[in-house]
Design a protein around this ligand. Sequence first.
Ligand code: IFM
Length: 451
Amino acid sequence: MTIKKERPDLKRAYFGEEFVWGVSSSAAQTEGGNEDGKGMSVWDHFATKKRKILNKHTPEIACDFYHRYPEDVSIIKSLGIPNFRYSLSWPRILPDGTGKINKKGLDYYHRLFDECRKNGIEPWITLYHWDLPHALQLKGGWKNRDILKWFEEYVSVCSHAFKDSIKNWMILNEPGVFTGAGYFLGVHAPGERGLKNFLPAVHHAVLCQAIGAKTVRREVKHAHVGTTFSCSHITPHSNSIKDHAAANRVDTILNRLFIEPCLGMGYPIKDIPILKKIEKYIHPGDDKLMKAEFDFIGIQCYTREVVQHAFFMPHIKARVVPANRRKVYHTAMDWEVYPEAIYQMLKKYSSYPGVKKIIITENGAAFNDKITHKKVDDHERIKFLSDYISQVYRAKADGYKADGYFVWALTDNFEWAEGYYPRFGLVYVDFETQKRIIKDSGYWYRNFLTR
Ligand code: IFM
C-alpha cells in the first residue's frame, strides 16, 4: 500500500486559539524509578511476579523518565508542544495505598511540574492511570468498596499537594479498559476474570470518578476537571439483524458504560440485560454519588471495531472481528486505521446533554519503527495523525464539541501486556541505551503546531 506522506492543507489556525494541543504519557509506562520509597503497583507485580507480559518485559526501568524527565521536557519544548498530560503514580505517593505519604514521591512531581513550567509547558494531571498499589489489590483492589475511601484519600493528598501548580485534572484513565482487561478478561493487571470481579470493579470505578471530581474541586480553586474514556466507533459486520444487535451491545459496553452514570442516566441495563447483575453492588444513595460535574470529558479513540453476533460468547454474545482477519490496513496493535472513527465519537459524545467540552486526550498509532541513518522515517504515523486530526476538524466544522487534541504518546514506552514491542511515540527510545531520537512524526507535529 502506498502511503501519501502528508496533507499540506491542514493548519493549526483552523482550530482557533482556544483549542488545546498537547502530548500524553503516563507514569507506569515511562517512569521506572522503583526507588525513593515507591511502593509496588499491580503492574510491577503482574510483570515481575506473575511474568504475564509479552517477552517477559517489565516496567522496572521503562523510559527511565524518573531520572530523565528534564531531557524529555526539553524535547516537548523543542517540538513546540504547549501541553503535557501525565499521570501521578499512586504507589509512589502512598506506597501502601493509604496512610503514610512518601514525601520524596511528591517532591519528584513538584520538580517535574516546575520543569514543565520553566519550559513554558502546561502540565495536565491524570490521577489514576492503572497503577493501583499492590497493597490495595491484596485487599481486593477495585472489587472492594473500601476503594471509595482509599481513592478519596489519595486524590485529596494529590490535590492538596498540587493545588497551586496544577489547573487541569483528569480523574481516571479509561475505566473501561482497566476494569475490562484487568477484572473481566484477566489480560491486564491484576489478571482477574469474570463477571463477579468485573461488575463490582465497574461500579466502584464509576463512584470513584465522581468522588475524585468532587475531591479535586474541594481542594483546588478554579480547577478544570475532567475524566477520560476509551471509545471506538462500532459497526456491524453485516446487515443482519443479529449483527446489528451485537454491535449495539458492544457499543453499550465500550462507549456508554462509564459516561452515562456520571451524567445521571444510570447504567445502560436496557441495552445489555446481563448488566442488571450490577445492582447487587449498588447501595442506597449511590445513584446520586455516581453523578459528577465535569468541565470536560477526555475521549481516547484509536480505531473502529467491527462486530459480529456470536452465540457462544458468554454474556455478550458478540465478538470483534480483528482487523487482520478483515484484511484492512492496521497498526502494530492490529487496530484498523479508520480516521472517521474519531469524527463519529465526537459526534456521539457531543449529543449527550451535560457534556460541556470534549478533549481528545489520546490518539496515535504504533508502527514498526526503525532507525535508518540516525533517523526514524515514520510516514505512516504522520499520515495517521494528519488524517485523524482532519476528522477532528471536520467534527468541529460540523458543530460538534472538539476542544483539544493530545497525541499518544510522547515517547515509545511500556505498552502494558504487549511490553515494549508496540512503539507509539513521537520520540523513539532505544531501551538498551535510553537514547532518544525524535521521529519524523515529532518534527511533523512541531511544524503543524508552529507554522
Ligand atoms: O498505552 C495506552 C494508554 O495507556 C491508554 N490508552 C491507550 C494507549 C495505547 O494502547
